[in-house]
Write a protein that binds this ligand. Structure first.
Ligand SMILES: [Zn+2]
Ligand SMILES: [Zn+2]
Length: 274
């Protein structure tokens, strides 16, 4: 596979890149949507995290912005391909499965470090406005996973470049990065708690942590793991969004009462009208 990849032309790499990123975005996004909207609620497994409704036009905006990110990630495949052409990086064509597993584990850890650093930078005064498009999704959906400004796509999309020049990875280890990253990202943006029994800091509670990041913003910059947020003391308290949700529930109750009152007085008015 390593040889096939390097023997492609730049145009072919970009075309395959767009198809690959578009394909995994549609597949993982669709699967997570189906699981969290239909299958798991019907089976009584897990729970919805943020009870608030999506904004008008939110899904259309998320899909539009994600389309641009798919193009950037796909066309951007020409960069690692270029590194290989120039001999600045090499692929290990003889890696056995043990090496591939180990490389993927290292890349998963690096992905969390890289994500935390870039995400923290995106929350600084200078870069915040470029992160705004992603945070327009107060209540997250799986389609928000790639929904960001092109600059954010460029920052997050370069994750494999540094490891590639430092070590000869297997083609499969590098190809696994966007796959596991998108999988975890879809889970993180699903607005669904899949494992209600695990603690807030558990690996499996990543969707709880990222949903809080979208609800209250300042903290939980990590991806799947918590080590970077623990190291830099940027964790959000597990109950940080409670006041927000209590206000939402109170509003909903008040509105329901107002509507019931209105309906009752309308009925009364109709009954007394001759
Ligand atoms: Zn953020
Ligand atoms: Zn997010």
């Amino acid at each position: 596979m390593a040889q096939t990849f390097t023997s492609l032309s730049a145009l072919q790499v970009m075309l395959w890149g767009v198809l690959f990123f578009g394909g995994i975005y549609a597949a993982f996004g669709g699967l997570t949507w189906l699981l969290t909207k239909r299958v798991l609620p019907a089976l009584g497994i897990g729970r919805v995290l943020d009870p608030r409704a999506l904004q008008p036009g939110q899904l259309r905006r998320e899909l539009g912005q994600s389309g641009v990110s798919v193009l950037i990630f796909g066309l951007g495949m020409v960069v690692p391909w270029g590194l290989l052409q120039l001999g600045w990086a090499r692929l290990d064509g003889d890696a056995g499965w043990r090496q591939v597993v180990l490389e993927i584990a290292v890349l998963a850890l690096w992905n969390d470090v890289h994500f935390w650093l870039n995400h923290r930078l995106l929350h600084t005064r200078w870069l915040r406005r470029f992160h705004g498009p992603h945070h327009r999704s107060f209540v997250t959906t799986p389609w928000a996973t790639y929904s960001f400004h092109p600059l954010e796509a460029l920052m997050l999309g370069n994750v494999i470049l540094l490891p590639m020049v430092l070590h000869d990875f297997s083609f499969w280890s590098l190809a696994a990065v966007p796959v596991f990253s998108l999988f975890f990202n879809c889970v993180g943006h699903s607005n669904y708690d899949f494992f209600t029994g695990v603690s807030y800091s558990h690996w499996f509670a990543a969707s709880r942590r990222h949903h809080l990041h979208h609800a209250v913003h300042n903290g939980n910059y990590g991806f799947q793991f918590t080590f970077m947020d623990r190291l830099f003391r940027t964790r959000i308290a597990a109950d940080a969004a409670e006041p927000l949700f209590q206000a939402f529930h109170k509003n909903a109750r008040d509105n329901a009462q107002k509507n019931a009152h209105k309906t009752a007085s309308e009925k009364h008015g109709a009954a007394t009208t001759p």
